[in-house]
Design a protein around this ligand. Structure first.
Ligand code: NAD
Length: 482
C-alpha cells in the first residue's frame, strides 16, 4: 500500500520519505511521503474550492446519501480496515473488530441521521405596529475544517470528527498522527468510491510539529477540531486565536474510578480491568487512579492483580492476545520512566513495573508489563500526570466525601467511573464528578447522541449529537417583519 497525502481526490507523493514501523516487532511496515508546505496549502485550497462546487450546492438529503455510502464502504472493506488498524497500532484484532472499525462506519451513519432529523428553530414575536415578525435559523457549514487527531484510536477518533463535519456540509483537511496513517489513507479510496466530490476530504501526512503546525496556522482554515494531548491543545488554541477561528479541543485525562464497598465486585473488577488495560492503557478515558473503600481494598487489589497477570501479550492477529504493545519506542521510554518514578516515590509494585520477556520475533516491539501500584502519596507525579500506559495506582478511602475529593483533585476532568449498587449514592456521587463523562457501574459505554468532551484541562467544548452540529455549523437568524 502506498502511503501518501490525499489531495483533491488523488494521492500525491513527495520527495521526503519517512518510515512507519511496527509497534509489535519494531520492523519497517512501509515508508510514507511527508506532505510539503506547498501540499498543505494545496489541500486547504482544494477544500476551499470544493465548498463552492457540487458539494456546496447539494441538498442535505444528497449529502446524507453519500455519507451512508461512505459508512457502507468502510463496512464492505471491514477486514482491510481491521488489518491496517492493527498493523499500525499493534492492538489486538479482538478489540479493533468490536470497537474501532464498527465505530468508524457508525460515525458516518449516526451523523448523517443527526443532520437529517434536526429541526430549525422558529420564534414569532410581537411588533409595536401589531403585524409581528418571524425569526428562523439557518444552519450553514463553517467552511474548511482542520481535523487533527492522535494515534490511540485512529479511525474511530478521526471519523468522529470527519463524519459530523461533512454531514454539516463542511470540507476537511485531515492530519492523522504520524504514528498511524494507514486507515486515514484508505479512507480516501472509500470517499472516491462513495462519490464524495474532489476536495471535500483531504489528508496531509507528516509530523505534527511541521505539517500539523503548518495546517493549524493556515489562514484559510475556518475552524480546527483537535484530539490529543493538553500541551498540543494549547498550541492549537493559540493558532486558532489568530483570525478568531473556533477550536474544539478534546485533550488528556487522569481519570479516577471510585469503588464502594457496596459495589458488585465482579462487575467492578471486570470494568476496571478494561478501563485500565484496554488498548494497553492508551485510551484517553482510561482509568489511572482507583480509589477503593477500605473494607474491600485488599480483596480488590488481589483480584485486579490476578486479572492483570492473566492478560496475554502478543501479536494482534492471535485470538489469545488480550494486550498489545505501546505505540512507539519513545512512548515506551516515557511510560517506563513513570514506572521508575513510581518506585522512587515509594510505591509498592503489586504487579508488573518493567519490560516483559517476549518471544524472539517480538523482542523489537514496544512491550511493557501491565502494572499496579499502591502506597504512593496523592501528590506523586505518577498519580498527578497522565501516563497513557497499562497501569494504575490503587488507594483506600474511608468516607464518600473523601473519595469525591480525591477523585476530583486533578487538573484534568475527562471521565470517571463509580462502582456502587446504592442508587442514591450513584446519582449523588456521579453528579459531583468534575468531568465530562461520569459513568456509573460501566466504562466506555457511549451513545453518540450525548455530549462528549472534557472539563478543566481535558478540553474545551463538546461534540456528539446536536453538540457536534453546534461546532460544525454557523447559524444565521433570519428575522422577517410580517
Ligand atoms: P499529541 O498531542 O502529541 O498529538 C496529537 C496530534 O497533534 C498528532 O496528529 C500530532 O502530529 C499533532 N501535533 C503535534 N504537534 C502539533 C502542532 N504543533 N501543531 C499541530 N499539530 C500537532 O497527542 P498523542 O500523543 O498523539 O495522543 C495522546 C494524547 O491524546 C493523550 O494525552 C490522550 O489523553 C489524548 N487523547 C484525548 C482524547 C479525548 O477525546 N479527549 C482521545 C484520545 C486521545
Amino acid at each position: 500500500m502506498k502511503v501518501s497525502s490525499f489531495i483533491n481526490g488523488v494521492y500525491v507523493d513527495s520527495e521526503e520519505q519517512r518510515n512507519i514501523t511496527s509497534p509489535v516487532t519494531g520492523k519497517l511496515i512501509t515508508p510514507y511521503s511527508v506532505a510539503t508546505d506547498a501540499q498543505v496549502d494545496e489541500a486547504v485550497q482544494a477544500a476551499k474550492a470544493a465548498l463552492k462546487g457540487e458539494w456546496g450546492s447539494m441538498s442535505i438529503q444528497q449529502r446524507v446519501e453519500i455519507l451512508y455510502k461512505v459508512a457502507d464502504g468502510i463496512s464492505a472493506r471491514f477486514d482491510d480496515f481491521l488489518e491496517a488498524e492493527c498493523l499500525d497500532t499493534g492492538k489486538p484484532y479482538s478489540l479493533a473488530r468490536h470497537i474501532d472499525i464498527p465505530r468508524g462506519a457508525a460515525n458516518f451513519r449516526v451523523f448523517a441521521d443527526t443532520i437529517k432529523n434536526v429541526a430549525d428553530e422558529a420564534f414569532h414575536m410581537p411588533t409595536p405596529d401589531g403585524t409581528g415578525a418571524l425569526n428562523y435559523t439557518i444552519r450553514k457549514p463553517k467552511g474548511v475544517i482542520g481535523v487533527i487527531g492522535p494515534w490511540n484510536l485512529p479511525l474511530l477518533l478521526m471519523t468522529w470528527k470527519i463524519g459530523p463535519a461533512l454531514a454539516c456540509g463542511n470540507t476537511v483537511v485531515v492530519k492523522p498522527s504520524e504514528e498511524t496513517q494507514l486507515t486515514m489513507t484508505m479512507l480516501g479510496e472509500v470517499m472516491n468510491a462513495a462519490g464524495v466530490p474532489k476536495g471535500v476530504f483531504n489528508t496531509v501526512l507528516g509530523p505534527g510539529s511541521r505539517v500539523g503546525d503548518k495546517l493549524i496556522s493556515h489562514p484559510d482554515l475556518d475552524a480546527i477540531t483537535f484530539t490529543g494531548s493538553t500541551a498540543t491543545g494549547e498550541r492549537v488554541a493559540e493558532a486558532a486565536s489568530v483570525g478568531l477561528r473556533d477550536a474544539s479541543l478534546e485533550l488528556g485525562g487522569k481519570n479516577p474510578a471510585i469503588v464502594f464497598a457496596d459495589c458488585d465486585m465482579d462487575k467492578a473488577i471486570e470494568g476496571t480491568m478494561r478501563s485500565v488495560f484496554a488498548n494497553c492503557g492508551q485510551v484517553c478515558l482510561g482509568t489511572e487512579r482507583v480509589y477503593v473503600e477500605r473494607p474491600i481494598f485488599d480483596e480488590f487489589v488481589a483480584r485486579l492483580k490476578t486479572g492483570a497477570e492473566a492478560l496475554k501479550l502478543g501479536k494482534a492477529e492471535d485470538p489469545e492476545t488480550t494486550m498489545g504493545p505501546l505505540i512507539s519506542a519513545s512512548h515506551r521510554d516515557k511510560v517506563l520512566d513513570y514506572y521508575q518514578q513510581a518506585v522512587d516515590a515509594g510505591a509498592t509494585v503489586i504487579t508488573g513495573g518493567g519490560v516483559p520477556e517476549m518471544a524472539e520475533e517480538l523482542k523489537g516491539g514496544n512491550w511493557v508489563e501491565p502494572t499496579i501500584w499502591t502506597g504512593m502519596a496523592e501528590d506523586a507525579t505518577p498519580i498527578t500526570e497522565e501516563i497513557f500506559g497499562p497501569c494504575c495506582h490503587i488507594a483506600p478511602f474511608d468516607t464518600e466525601d473523601e473519595a469525591i475529593e480525591m477523585a476530583n483533585n486533578s487538573p484534568y476532568g475527562l471521565a470517571s467511573s463509580v462502582w456502587t449498587e446504592n442508587a442514591s449514592r450513584a446519582h449523588r456521587v456521579g453528579g459531583q464528578m468534575e468531568v465530562g463523562i461520569s459513568w456509573i457501574n460501566s466504562w466506555f459505554l457511549r451513545d453518540l447522541r450525548t455530549p462528549f468532551g472534557g472539563a478543566k484541562q481535558s478540553g474545551i467544548g463538546r461534540e456528539g449529537g446536536h453538540y457536534s452540529l453546534e461546532f460544525y455549523t454557523e447559524l444565521t437568524n433570519v428575522c422577517i417583519k410580517l
